[in-house]
Write a protein that binds this ligand. Sequence first.
Ligand code: IVH
Length: 705
Amino acid sequence: MADIPVEALDQSAARAELARLADIIAKANAAYHQSDDPFISDAEFDALKQRNAAIEARFPALKRPDSPSDIVGATPAEGFSKVTHEVAMLSLANGFDDADIEEFDRRIRRYLNIAVEAPLHYTAEPKIDGLSLSLRYEKGALVQAATRGDGTTGENVTANARTIADIPHQIQGAPEILEVRGEVYMSHPDFEALNACQAELGGKTFANPRNAAAGSLRQLNPDITRARPLRFFAYAWGALSAPLSDTQWGAIKRLSEFGFATNDLTRLCTGQKDLLAQYKTIESQRATLTYDIDGVVYKVNDLGLQDRLGFRSTTPRWAIAHKFPAELAWTRLEAIDIQVGRTGALSPVARLHPVTVGGVVVSNATLHNEDYIAGRDNKGAQIRAGKDIRVGDWVQVYRAGDVIPKVADVDLSKRPEAAQPYVFPVTCPECQSDALREPGDAIRRCTGGLICPAQAVEKLKHFVSRAAFDIEGLGAKQVEQFYADGWITGPADIFRLRERYSDGLQQLKNREGWGEKSANNLFDAIDEKRKISLTRLIFSLGIRHVGEAASNLIAMHYGTAEAFLDAMDAAADQTGPAWESLLSIDGVGEVMATSLVHSLTQPSERASIDALLQQLNVQPVARPTAEGSPVAGQTVVFTGTLEKMTRAEAKARAERLGAKVSGSVSAKTDLLVAGPGAGSKARKAAELGIRTLDEDGWLALIEGQ
Ligand code: IVH
């Protein structure tokens, strides 16, 4: 029935199909909102709703009293309270082959100025495929357990964590404050038994042990968690009142002495050859382990060196996850759909005959862009030996970790005779505007801007997403509905909802899922977010290339929304001091800077932002003033050769101390650090009377920081 086109349905088939759709949409809604475990993708969900609406349009008399068209979303589950991590829970950079690991080792040596031949020690341990958990102990007592969440804020799952046998409630001999971090997972036999039991009771079964572990830990009733066989491996730490050791190896040993399970496949290795050998060893044991692992994690052993290496925006420089090869499967490509994203990108999506890839049923995969479908890369060189991908083809699907599955290859021997080369659209399927490709861009983009409903909706969804405004009760589904109703066309409208619709609350109340109370709760949740940090505001605008980390850097550079927007106006012609200042931000390159000024000076976009600002109270961002740092807030320039540390390390360290590092000397420079061979910059600094130090002078200045 699901395959019969709407036009071909007769009255009784339509009635049955509406019943089926109401049922599956209600289940999908509940899974999405209440158990955090969607069983279909957003796109599949949308397709079901569209089909439902199309049938209702053809047979209005058959519209059900519980029609999914009238439901915005299920009430969100009563959540866990939030916990802000004292030390952020970061993720790991990934490596996929030996060359990536060699490069990891080379990069570290370069950064630390360690010769290739000199011994450098690392730990190598399995990457457990579960979910990370941070356990806080104060004076030896477990006081809090929190999930990773977005890395900054997680969920308080203390009561649940206390039910896990591997997690001690009391520990002896630990520092007064100790946050132990590790992975919650479920073993294979426990997973099989749980699923068998669930199936017998007619309950929900899980696709893989990871989902089972996540679903079990995030239970609102700790008694359910207690009944689930969860385990925990400790492998890291967060806040500490005293160091555990001076090496990673020593610290893990201490964790084990405190009573935590640590992984017995962890080894101390010397140099990258040793790491790769340990990778092979762990990979060869993978099949016989009783738990899932998806790679091997390498960490620099010396904690002093870890400290010097520090972090990129979301990952440490001193560690990498060497992932196992992706899982593969073959299936039929049933259709290619085009989705339009918030930046107007037309993304081809493969609709596949469902196939299991590494324990997960896959029915959609990305096809990247039109060149990829045609069998070439963005420089015109052949990929897949030049084989194109056609609807009807037998294709290889590939899944690595959590990433979106990809179509990797095509089997020409199974190509149906009638299969035709895919013709990529040159107009937007959503608004019919021209879709163009800029030179050097692999992606074709809709030129419709905010008149394109897909872009407008995607931009709004991004605006309310977790790392942006994160408004409780206003998720992707609600935004779609409000947009479809014409209640929200731009972000400012969200903040006018109360004013506009309090009177018309009737309209909202009439929708299933909404009452006066829930509508008022929504308005309150919106009001709460009028006060917002500049970082979140910048990120929420959804400017191409400007992610969370960049938003933070930009916010720190400009401090206030006014200063930021004025600077973008001044930088609009892409020359002059305002433009140079934008480019001086470490992490902002020419491409991002161009995207920023284009987007923020484009009249309709700017009008939308100005209207939004009227509704908000944007909190300025202060530069991090590292306490007691002698260089906090100062602009420092490094020039010449540094001998005791690399330029990258010097820069990172200065930034950690709250300084701004610039590439050129100007009247705004506070301090020049000049090594041997310093030339014009040193002369200019002398002319301007700027304080100048050599490398030793600099190190003496920041000593002890
Ligand atoms: S170390 C600062 N070690 O992998 C980095 N992570 O992709 C701290 N994971 O969020 C993480 N096994 O959930 C580390 N042996 C291991 C791990 C491990 C699994 C997970 C962890 C992390 C994710 C990053």
